[in-house]
Design a protein around this ligand. Sequence first.
Ligand SMILES: *Cc1c(COP(=O)(O)O)cnc(C)c1O
Length: 372
Amino acid sequence: MRFETLAVHAGHRVDPSTGAVTPAIHPSTTFEREPDGSYPRGFLYARNANPNRNALEECLAALEGGEAAAAFASASAATSAVFLALEPGDHVVAPVDAYHGTCRLLRDTFSRWGLEATFVDMTDVAAVRRAVKPSTKLVWVETPSNPLWKVTDIAVICEIARAGGARFVCDNTTATPALQSPFRLGADLIVHATTKFLGGHGDVIGGAVVTRTRDPFFEKVRAIQAAGGAVPSPFDCWLVLRGVRTLPYRMRAHSENALRVAAFLARHPGVEAVHYPGLPSHPGHDIARRQMAQFGGMASVQVKGDRDRALAVAAKVRVFTRATSFGGTESLLEHRASIEGPGTRTPENLLRLSIGLENTDDLIEDLDQALA
Ligand SMILES: *Cc1c(COP(=O)(O)O)cnc(C)c1O
């Protein structure tokens, strides 16, 4: 089946007991055993598995073209599960501009647990090659990356990981499987914040690990999911599954709107720089054209001036909402350095834009009056 059809049908089946077309939400924590103690329907206790989570996992695996998926209460929990499946003493190569929560987990939490990490610029292939050493067990990429939307060549970095005997993980949150297929480019695992475009409506926190093959490493992730218990509620799974049904169409609209907004900003006299992989001037544009179907809904703008000027522009928006996160139907704008705090590498004059599904003319007019 093709992608749009999978998005609508994967993980869905008409309920045999009622004929309901839309899936039910199953809040039950526990499930009946047969007189002989068996549980032939596969459900025992809802931390281990429940119908809504199974449906979501089946859907996410199908969308990415993987064999299986494990859903978590957040992407941060999914990321932690991948790190926990390694051994103390193992080494991880991660992007210097990985999601700040991922960097923080490696720096503050997993360093104390004995996991070693090297942070590199993933667009510098020689630097990645130098960073890999005999103890490297995992290479992590995130592309396009936040907040400059730098583009990592997935196939090239995967090859380096492979040559070094390391597992290769791609955080596919910003592109989504609608625009980018890391498994086709060699990835072993894909991590998602379903919080963002997959959920798509800003109403659920969730994460997932998708695996290309059901191997022993993934079975460890699965065991950590059940034993650690950072699992999403049945309702949260239902919400993400509902969001996924419209993912292909939303991503097309997010991408078209973002391209128009980025092109407008690139011509604006009040703008110093625009970061959007769809602009030919973007350093990752050629790689993005090769490995992405469209360029996604995320862009950043550096205004001419300093932090105060950026905050003044942010203060004036009316259609955009000043808020963190991304991937919902409504456009959001965020002064990124403020949320990342002291030590951030993000320019102080940068505003991050999550381009929503509004009419693009309204978004452009709003930014135009805010920049005036
Ligand atoms: C938001 C985000 C995460 C973390 O997601 P949570 O569900 O909030 O834990 C991880 N990676 C990327 C790329 C993200 O944008």
